[in-house]
Design a protein around this ligand. Structure first.
Ligand SMILES: NC(=O)c1ccc[n+]([C@@H]2O[C@H](COP(=O)([O-])OP(=O)(O)OC[C@H]3O[C@@H](n4cnc5c(N)ncnc54)[C@H](O)[C@@H]3O)[C@@H](O)[C@H]2O)c1
Length: 281
């Protein structure tokens, strides 16, 4: 490890959780490269952070662009220490109600993007001081989520890919590149903001909606102590894993859980959001 600041890149950093993670990376002393499909949003996040933070437009579906971003981040800061694969898209509904384009979009961004980012980051980290790849999956990567079906499939793919890649790194005796997956419950970001009225998204509202700060705190913890899988909150991870082990029971219980989610959606619409979530970011 060299002394002094090191480079960190976040994808989808223009808004929501990604913007909050960019702030966290800057607070941890990194030279932060904020990237997003929406270059203007990425620039706004970098401007808000100030200091050495900078931005560029990056479409995570473009493998060559991810390689180039990893290279320039390493060059600018001396080396690349952290890469956070955060960009993601959600289209709700049973798979047969999604168009082929919608299914492909979720696969390309949520799975292809994480693969492109992880491989690009490993290319720079390996043999250059190591580093940490943080992949933002979801509780939907640990259990079936009807109504967010294709999305859930993509997040399961992120888990399988990340855990397998970490094992491949061990087999290749690369011990200084770590991969951590974060699996949050529903977070109050623009992704859920427009879904209060969407019955297909009810399962995102069955737990207590998380503030971006709570998920950023989990990222902060894994950056200090890498962990392959971190559910946020942790007890929800245990709960959904138990359900996943009993798929028959889970399918029978689901209508009740969906009803609970719909009740929460209606309550939030009626009464408004709790103060800690009032500003979607
Ligand atoms: N909001 C939730 O309830 C929730 C729960 C669990 C996990 N997650 C995951 O957290 C991550 C962040 O979600 P969010 O809620 O902040 O979403 P968001 O929709 O608020 O923000 C996503 C960002 O990704 C960017 N993006 C979309 N396609 C891209 C592409 N091809 N290349 C680069 N950037 C692209 C968007 O421009 C946007 O800035 C996602 O991976 C999401 O799946 C969200």
């Amino acid at each position: 490890m060299t002394g002094g600041p090191t480079g960190a890149l976040v994808t989808g950093g223009g808004r929501g959780l990604g913007a909050r993670i960019a702030e966290l990376l800057a607070a941890r002393g990194h030279v932060v490269h904020v990237t997003d499909l929406d270059g203007d949003a990425a620039r706004a996040t970098a401007d808000r952070i100030g200091g050495s933070a900078y931005s560029s437009a990056l479409d995570v579906r473009d493998a060559e662009a991810c390689e180039a971003a990893a290279r320039t981040t390493a060059e600018r800061a001396g080396r690349l220490a952290v890469w956070v694969n955060n960009a993601g898209v959600l289209v709700t509904g049973p798979a047969w109600t999604n168009t082929a384009e919608q299914r492909q979009l979720m696969l390309d961004v949520n799975v292809g993007g994480v693969m492109n980012g992880t491989v690009a980051a490993i290319g720079q980290m390996r043999d250059h001081g190591g580093g940490h790849v943080v992949n933002i999956a979801s509780l939907a990567g640990l259990v079936a989520v009807p109504g967010e079906t294709v999305y859930s499939g993509t997040k399961h793919a992120v888990m399988g890919f990340s855990l397998s890649t970490q094992a491949d790194l061990r087999r290749a005796k690369v011990r200084d590149v770590r991969i951590s997956c974060i699996c949050p419950d529903g977070i109050w970001t623009p992704m859920l903001h427009d879904r209060l009225d969407d019955p297909e998204a009810a399962l995102s509202f069955t737990g207590r909606l998380l503030a971006v700060d709570e998920v950023a705190a989990a990222v902060d913890r894994v950056l200090d102590r890498p962990r392959q899988v971190t559910a946020v909150p942790r007890w929800r991870g245990t709960q959904v894993r138990l359900l996943d082990a009993m798929p028959g029971l889970a399918v029978r219980a689901l209508p009740l859980v969906v009803l609970q989610g719909r009740r929460t959606q209606r309550r939030l619409q009626r009464k408004g959001l709790p103060a800690r979530l009032r500003e979607p970011r």
